[in-house]
Write a protein that binds this ligand. Structure first.
Ligand code: T4K
Length: 366
């Protein structure tokens, strides 16, 4: 049997390049709590991503929980998408807020601003859209709604590292954006994440929130979490940044090759990645429908027989999970997409021959 091909494979630098960073950490004995590598990574990320303020976190989920906390939202409803990873909705519930799930645009897979507007009530306090697969939401329409109804707008930009749209970093939209640097993401620090914000005051607040709410030795202003990123994680981030442009370029080549080989297969639609000046090719989702001869689940199983491990991101929908039963709502576009989508393997080291094999499986030739 051939080697397994997983949905993703993390990019890692040459181990030899990592050792000097470890030596530096061992010599200084500063392991965490905003050490020199942490500070350097924050600065370099601001420069690379073209954002003003960034606060590093130990993962994207804690970043999201903290982002909602930082906005001092009083009990109320947060409008979001059901077509996402668990962390999006979990962060709302962890803040004692109520998630209100509205439908998506089936073409972009992102929250539909018209459905958001219909769902706004006197209890709504925020909107939490997701740039799903790194594809930008309708940021202009969402900002209009947030401004008109005086709502906070927080983007779950876990998938959107490095994406630009309308001549801006996508991360600059909304009140706050959160990113994930998990091993499965475009840019990884093993585990990690960040919040992007727009003022020094907000950064200071976020930095206190991710450190138990500590203001100084005798003052604690909030009951909050430990969300800090260690120096070892920051060191990896600094190294990953050195090659991020090559990483994104290699992902782009995989994306283009898939699109070329998958064009004109009846019943297979590659989700378009439009309006992106700079794409990060975070995922490669295909949508499977008639007249393609297999269902999504049948194709998923067939891939497995060939040692290819595609993923059903995002199935089941949040609203279909028993833990979210009390928040159910009717979101037919999201439901259909969740039943038809399959994310194909997508990572820089994916060989052309692997892509050809995956396409041959889809075409029923093997
Ligand atoms: N918001 C959104 C919209 C998100 O998608 C996520 C995370 C978050 C927020 C929260 O961010 P974090 O707290 O995670 O920073 C993965 C990831 O664990 C998760 O980060 C991600 N979204 C989600 C979409 O996918 P799984 O369950 O698919 O991961 P796993 O372990 O099955 O990995 C997939 C494949 O990747 C494996 O089959 C092999 C490969 N792999 C994975 C890991 C972890 C490796 O080769 N090396 C590795 O270290 O959840």
């Amino acid at each position: 049997m051939s080697n397994p091909i997983y949905v993703t494979q993390p990019v890692l630098p040459d181990l030899k390049e990592f050792i000097p960073y470890l030596e530096q950490i061992w010599a200084k004995k500063i392991l965490t709590n905003g050490g020199p590598l942490h500070q350097q990574l924050e600065q370099e990320l601001c420069d690379y991503l073209n954002v003003d303020y960034i606060s590093l976190f130990n993962n994207g989920t804690i970043a999201l929980i903290t982002a909602l906390q930082a906005l001092d939202l009083k009990a109320g409803e947060v409008i979001t998408t059901p077509y996402t990873f668990l962390a999006t909705a979990h962060a709302i519930v962890w803040n004692n807020l109520t998630p209100v799930f509205v439908d998506i645009d089936p073409i972009t897979s992102n929250i539909d601003p018209k459905k958001v507007e219909e769902a706004i009530t006197d209890d709504t306090v925020a909107i939490l859209p997701v740039h799903c697969y790194g594809i930008p939401c309708d940021v202009v329409a969402l900002q209009v709604l947030a401004t008109k109804h005086k709502l906070k707008l927080v983007y779950d930009a876990a998938h959107a590292f490095g994406v630009t749209c309308n001549n801006h970093s996508l991360l600059n939209y909304g009140d706050l954006s959160t990113i994930s640097f998990h091993a499965t993401k475009v840019f990884n620090t093993f585990e990690g994440g960040a919040i992007v914000c727009h003022s020094a005051e907000m950064k200071q607040r976020i930095d206190q929130l991710k450190n138990f709410g500590i203001v100084d030795e005798t003052t604690v202003n909030d009951i909050s979490l430990n969300g800090k990123l260690s120096e070892v994680h920051a060191a990896l981030g600094l190294l990953q940044l050195k090659t991020i442009d090559q990483t994104l370029q290699a992902r782009g080549e995989v994306d283009h090759y898939y699109r070329e080989l998958l064009a004109d297969i009846d019943g297979i639609r590659c989700i378009q990645r439009e309006n992106l000046e700079k794409d990060n090719y975070a995922y490669f989702p295909i949508v499977i429908s008639e007249p393609y001869p297999l269902s999504r689940d049948e194709l998923f199983e067939k891939f497995k027989q060939h040692n290819v491990f595609a993923r059903k991101y995002f199935y089941p929908l949040m609203t279909e999970l028993s833990v979210y039963q009390q928040y159910q709502s009717d979101t037919p576009n999201a439901k259909l997409l969740s039943e038809q989508v399959l994310c194909l393997p997508m990572y820089p080291a994916l060989e052309g021959s692997d892509i050809q094999k995956i396409v041959q499986i889809i075409k029923g030739r093997i």
